[in-house]
Write a new protein. Structure first.
Length: 437
């Protein structure tokens, strides 16, 4: 991923230096287990650990790989340069390259998941704080982009919190699912290596042994992991899209923080654009790009092929780095989002009481008018608001058919905003006091 959308901690997980360090640890722990079993001499296993403080030379490994055309062999050759050829002759005993590659990939994905889970905690904290801050800040709810009925800004933040909490629960489950390792040898039969070696290495690397591997760890695990990241990215876009809408000039119910000295346009000095949330929409697309390739990686030939390899070299780092950046950017946007309650009320009242139409409809049916006639009466008066800018309540009070069923006091009562917010506390209790479902 390009540096513009990268954060150092996540980038470090995918660096060649980190990768080779994990490869080394897997090989060294495997040697320990082999020595414990009496398969290799203890002194040879101990000798491997003499390289524990070595900074492996990436350029040298690349130089060797240019000849061997095999990355794991290139690394093992370089390791032997530090340990000594005779001392290193039992390294990789009974193992195959995928034992190292697949176990390493899952270690990296687990570490990436830990960062992403922490990112989501920061975002959840921001959403919760803003939800309680604006729990009773009334704004118009919209369906199809059209005014519907009153809601609150707090409920908007709360529903995004609930969505992200579900995403976090999915990511936690995906982390558990991906946290397996395989040290099972060619085609996964343990013919040349004892299963105890796998158990030892996995325990040391914070993984569980894969119940049954072939020559690779099954890729349905990875498909689920990246699918989860894709869903989280879609949730990011969901929040970003709402903010982008609220920042439109005609709406202006909220906007991204505009810092001193910031410029919105090279041509128009008045512009304050939702550039961060537009950026998040684009980043979400990049994350979702990994989902289909990850799913297509599930179907491999027989016990293995490497059609998945090039895909994972790209989507592993790119997707986790991008999502890490996006989650942190969104948390910042939410924390600093500027809210305009007065504009929310002005927008809601733009059509002079029209948003209370359902309450009047229901009151008429309760008063004995058929639903068909009730709908006709309410819509008849509502259209005058749309087409002529009339006041909805005034039109209802002047409609003889309406006042034959409802008194002026009953009509007046139907325009109480508090009616629409009476269950906000109940919803907040469900969102913030119960486990995500």
């Amino acid at each position: 991923m390009i540096p513009r959308y990268s954060r150092p901690e996540m980038v470090a997980i995918w660096s060649p230096e980190t990768k080779f360090r994990i490869w080394y640890e897997i090989e060294a722990h495997a040697c320990d287990a082999q020595a414990d079993l009496g398969v290799i001499p203890r002194e040879n296993a101990d000798a491997v650990w003499k390289a524990k403080d070595v900074q492996f030379d990436v350029a040298r490994i690349d130089e060797i790989e240019a000849v061997t055309k095999h990355d794991v062999i290139a690394f093992l050759t370089h390791l032997a340069e530090h340990v000594g050829s005779d001392q290193a002759r039992f390294v990789h005993q009974g193992m195959t390259s995928s034992d190292v590659l697949d176990t390493t990939l899952n270690v990296q994905l687990v570490r990436a998941a830990d960062i992403l889970l922490a990112d989501m905690d920061k975002l959840l904290d921001a959403l919760k704080r803003r939800a309680y801050e604006h729990k009773d800040t009334v704004r118009i709810g919209r369906s199809h982009g059209i005014h519907a009925e009153p809601t609150t800004m707090g409920l908007t933040f709360a529903r995004f919190y609930a969505e992200m909490a579900r995403g976090r629960a999915r990511l936690d489950a995906a982390r558990t699912e991906i946290a397996t390792g395989a040290i099972s040898g060619a085609v996964g039969t343990f013919a040349n290596i004892d299963p105890a070696v796998e158990e030892h290495v996995c325990a040391k690397m914070g993984l569980r042994p894969e119940p049954i591997s072939t020559q690779v760890i099954p890729r349905d695990r990875h498909a689920m992991f990246f699918a989860t990241l894709g869903v989280i990215a879609s949730s990011i876009e969901n929040v970003a899209t709402e903010i982008r809408h609220m920042q439109r000039t005609e709406v202006l119910e909220a906007e991204e923080f505009f810092s001193p000295g910031q410029k919105g346009s090279s041509a128009m000095p008045h512009k304050r654009n939702p550039v961060l949330t537009e950026n998040l929409t684009g980043l979400a697309r990049l994350v979702r790009m990994s989902v289909i390739p990850a799913m297509e990686n599930v179907a491999l030939w027989h016990e293995r092929d490497i059609s998945h390899s090039s895909v994972e070299r790209a989507i592993g780092p790119d997707t986790t780095i991008t999502l890490d950046f996006a989650l942190n950017r969104l948390a910042g946007v939410v924390n600093k989002l500027v809210i305009y309650p007065d504009n929310m009320l002005r927008n809601m009242n733009q059509f002079k009481g029209l948003v209370m139409s359902q309450r009047v409809l229901l009151a008429l049916t309760q008063a004995g008018v058929s639903r068909e006639d009730s709908y006709r009466l309410v819509q008849r008066n509502a259209m005058k608001v749309w087409e002529k800018g009339a006041d909805f309540k005034t039109e209802l009070l002047g409609d003889a058919e309406v006042t034959a069923a409802l008194s002026p006091a009953q009509i007046e009562e139907k325009f109480d905003l508090g009616y629409h917010t009476k269950h906000v506390n109940t919803i907040f209790k469900r969102v913030f006091e119960q486990a995500p479902l």
